[in-house]
Design a protein around this ligand. Structure first.
Ligand SMILES: [Ca+2]
Ligand SMILES: [Ca+2]
Length: 206
């Protein structure tokens, strides 16, 4: 009996060692919130600061209705949290984007994007990446899954991009949802269902 217990304990320790470092310990920083019931295509179509767009009361899609964006990180990854009013993926092919500037400023070079398969595209599974439009349109492949904080979570490996290093700051966060036509990663975003005003910054820790 004693031996069985010891073995069970050993198995538990091994399981704990194998567990990923991410998970429950992640500390989310919310950097922006957006109005509800305003995913209705009436906005600046992603071209401006989002101040034209929060027309509430007639949403075309709960799935595309942005309500919250945040970031978290551990040593290995940056996590981008995107919450909308529903995680029920619709038949239409849609896309979510969180865009930021590096600390030095810019023109929204850094785009964290999710691509959902659907009627408007030939994407075959959920995809996510960091697209850097300043560095010659470089793409860092990531992953997307349902978020422990609600909504969806993009995971991007930090070592794949210099702006995700220790102490770096991502600034002027903004988010957008749209129909996605075409393939992955080549395709067309639009029209835009929901956009947000410009939110806060996030400083990477560790
Ligand atoms: Ca909005
Ligand atoms: Ca919204």
């Amino acid at each position: 009996m004693k031996r069985t217990l010891a073995m069970a304990a050993a198995v538990m320790v091994a399981a704990a060692l194998l567990a990923p470092s991410a998970g429950a310990a992640l500390k989310l920083k919310v950097v922006l919130k957006d109005a509800e019931t305003d995913a209705n295509f009436i906005n600046d179509q992603g071209t401006s600061d989002g101040s034209f767009g929060d027309f509430e009361g007639a949403s075309a899609s709960s799935f595309a209705d942005l309500v919250e964006v945040g970031f978290a990180n551990d040593k290995k990854n940056l996590y981008v949290h995107i919450q909308t009013l529903s995680t029920g993926v619709p038949a239409a092919g849609e896309g979510f984007r969180v865009r930021v500037n590096p600390a030095a400023g810019g023109v929204y070079c850094l785009n964290f994007e999710i691509f959902f398969n659907g009627a408007q595209n030939d994407v075959t599974e959920w995809k996510a990446h960091l697209r850097d439009l300043c560095a010659g349109d470089a793409i860092v492949e990531g992953e997307v899954a349902l978020s422990e904080f609600g909504g969806f979570m993009i995971t991007i490996p930090r070592k794949a991009h210099p702006d995700l290093g220790k102490g770096k700051t991502l600034t002027a966060t903004q988010a957008q949802t749209y129909l996605w036509s075409g393939s992955y990663p080549a395709g067309v975003a639009g029209p835009y269902l929901d956009t947000t005003k410009i939110g806060g910054d996030y400083k990477l820790k560790k």
